[in-house]
Design a protein around this ligand. Sequence first.
Ligand SMILES: [Zn+2]
Length: 268
Amino acid sequence: MATVEVFEAGHCRSFLCLARRADPWRVGNFPATFGLIESRGGEIVLFDTGYARNIDAAMRRFPFPLYRTLLPITLGTDAVETLRLRGIGADAVGTIVISHFHPDHIGGLRDFPQARFVCSREAWDDVRGKTGLAGLRRGFLGDLLPPDFESRLLFAEDFPAAPDAPASGAHAFVAGSERMVLVPLAGHCAGHLGLIVERSDGRRVLFAGDAVWRLSCIDDGIGPHAIGMAIQHDRRAYASTIDLLARMKREDPALVVVAAHDPAHETA
Ligand SMILES: [Zn+2]
């Protein structure tokens, strides 16, 4: 069992109803959260990183200023600084699980020089080598990756299968003495990935990334506005994943689902 916390590392602003059509046509904050998992064996695992200062330099060149125009970014306390304030050095982070390659999820990868990275093969194949407009179309900015990224990259599919997981196609890895389960949560991006860990109070935590932008979407079944749906990689798969998350919550009412863009303090 692990100690699990959720923090914000900056936010962008957009219309609230894009994430959940019952919410108002009003511009609001979309926090970029990341998960900090301290395993019993002492290994530190992150789920995503949120935004980080690396964004400023990486987004200077065309066409990425367009991204900042569409989604104005406010940088906050970077993940590496949040950890430092808790007495955790950047070198102590052993693994970073990457849900997908949008900037608000990988902004801080360069700040953790000792971490191995875990993502799905499909996610990496979809963005690898994409630059300029081809990168922007996928929301991928390769300059956010450290130069040795590929040499530190492991694919979820290469870990042992986890047939006991509540979703098909899951794989498990061990960090410290902790078993962590990587679950495909399809739809938002090619190869989008979630992570299940068991918290020290016995409750399971599912980091859902952008499989759902607001937890309330799976609580009451009200999903994104049509414009929010239009930017999903695979709309049908996205809707099926929302159904899957709702079923997982029904089957395990104690399950804590962390949606990447809910405020961190609203995460149980
Ligand atoms: Zn995303």
